[in-house]
Structures are given as C-alpha cells and as structure tokens.
Design a binder for this molecule. Sequence first.
Ligand SMILES: [Zn+2]
Length: 346
Amino acid sequence: MFEKKLKQFAKMSQALGVRADYAQGGGGNTSVKLNDEFMAVKASGYKLKDMKVDDGFVVIKYKEIQKYYAEVDLESDTDFYKDSTAFVKANTVTLPGLKDGMRASVEAGFHSLVYDYVLHTHSVYANLLCCTKEGKSIADKIFGKSEYGYAWVPYITPGFDLTLGIKHLLDDHDVMPKIIFMESHGILVSSDDYDECVMLHEMVSEAILEELDLPNEFEYVGLEETGEDTFVSKSEILKGYFKGTGRDSKWFEANILYPDQAAYLSGNVADGCCGNKININGGTGEVIYKTNYKEALTMEESIVALAYIMENAKAKKMTPVPMKQEDIDFIKNWEGVKYRKNLLKK
Ligand SMILES: [Zn+2]
C-alpha cells in the first residue's frame, strides 16, 4: 500500500538525516500525504536517518487534524497542548505491516496544513538566519520574491501554538508559500511534487551560503569512546572553541538558540570533569560526554550546530538571538519533549 510514496518518504528523510548540518539527534521531521485521508509523519524521537518504508513513522488522519485547528475554540477552558496531542493520538491509524504504539512527531500539526511532501529541519544554514537579529531582513531579501512563495513565522512555542500560528499565517496568503522560515527554530519546505520539495530544501541552504558568501563546508560529527559511557568530541570545529575562551556551562545556558538545544543542552553542561552529561574542560578545550552513545551523539551534534551558527554569525557580524528563559523552561517541562528524551535512554 502506498509503496511509491513511502519509498520517496524514506529516501528524502534519510538523505536529510545523514547530515548533522540539517538534523541533530532526533530533530527535524518529514511527512507525506498518502491520499486524501492519510499522512505518514515521522514518529517522535526517531532519527530521520533511521526512517524506512515500514518503520519510523506513524500514519494519521490529517484532514481531521486540519479540522481540529479550523474549529478550535480558544475561549474554552482546555489544555490545548494535552488536548491536541490526544487528538493526534486518537487519529493515528495502524497500517498493515506497521509497528504499533509509536507517537507522531510533536510537530505533526503543521505538517497537516501544508503541501503533500514536507521537510522540516533545524538546518544550521536556515538557523543562521532564524537565530540572528539580521536574519529576517536577509531572508526577506533572498526569498521575498521567490516564485515558490516565502513566509517568516515569528517565534512561537512548538506544538499546539506553533501549528495554530502557522495556520493563521497560511490563512493570510492567497497562495500557500512553499518556503517557511521559523524564527529561533528552523526551516519548513513543502510541495505537492516530490522532486521540488527535495530541491527546495537544498536550494534554501545554497542560497543562504551564497548570499552570505560562506563556504559550503560543515564538519561532521565524531565521537571517540574513552571509557564506559564516556565519549570525547573529535569534531574539528569544537577544537579550540572552548579552550581558554570562557565558554563554560553559564555560556551555554545564555546561548540556547532554538528549542532542541533547550531540550538537549540546557541543564546538562558542567565545567571540568565529570559532573554532568556534557563536560567542558576550559583548560584543554575538551568536550567529554558521560552518557550512552545515542545521547552523547545527539548532544555532540547539537553543540556542533550551535558552534557553527555562533562562529558564522560572528564572522558575518550578525547578532545571535538566544531564546528567552521562559521559553526554555517551557520546552524543558513539556511532556512531548520528556517523551523524546526518554527514548534516548533506550
Ligand atoms: Zn522543529
């Protein structure tokens, strides 16, 4: 059933997922509308690179989700974060041959609203714009007149509020934009055409690099195991990034740029060794992880992305805009994020 679309879905997800410049840990998500009723969307906590034609996603009745957001009564006394999550769950179906019991991505809501093929990532290139003061005007300049349509969404808490915010934004457009920048969060591209959707994600990255005159190079992530549940960062960009630069645990807390960094980094960094999951030795510059490989890698990818954005923002005289403490606290206490973090322990 839906063989061709599910193959495309797995292919486009894996292609993004193998790149730490696009997806860090279980971040980012993809979807495809299979017909007028069903949408396959990445399961929460899964990595994009692990998506297969028969695993890593759930199928939801997306028209029902659309209806939910069209009819929602904000005056009612409802916990919409709980309610919308339960609604997605209630509209999750199990196709024959698919695993049961997985949960749809916390971002399934906005996937329901846009074109058939959807790619959403926390691309470091898009986030160089999404997480800096100057980013919006640069994005406006590059994409403002794009034939594919472009929109910029101000920061909105992920989940129910973000989906509703995107719905309102789309309601304001005669033609639905295919390129949507999400402030302090990431990029969302969608199209009814598979090739166009894949092209758009790539094109956005390239256009940003070209506009900012940055080389197309991102150093991939590497970890070396040095003991039981102990790993040391081998990523080139992090060498020297912490050595004698004063970038310590306090610096991390003050420079969280987007929700996944709040989820993976905030509260997990210590100075020296080895008081926490992430340990920064300001003397040697070493980054030491004291946790399982899966979580260490997710954290490493998040730190590399953070360093990439901070370094390039600095080089281009752009001003990073860290998340507000109240927004960070919301993310850390959100049940949907706790669910994802629990999956990292397995
Ligand atoms: Zn996201």
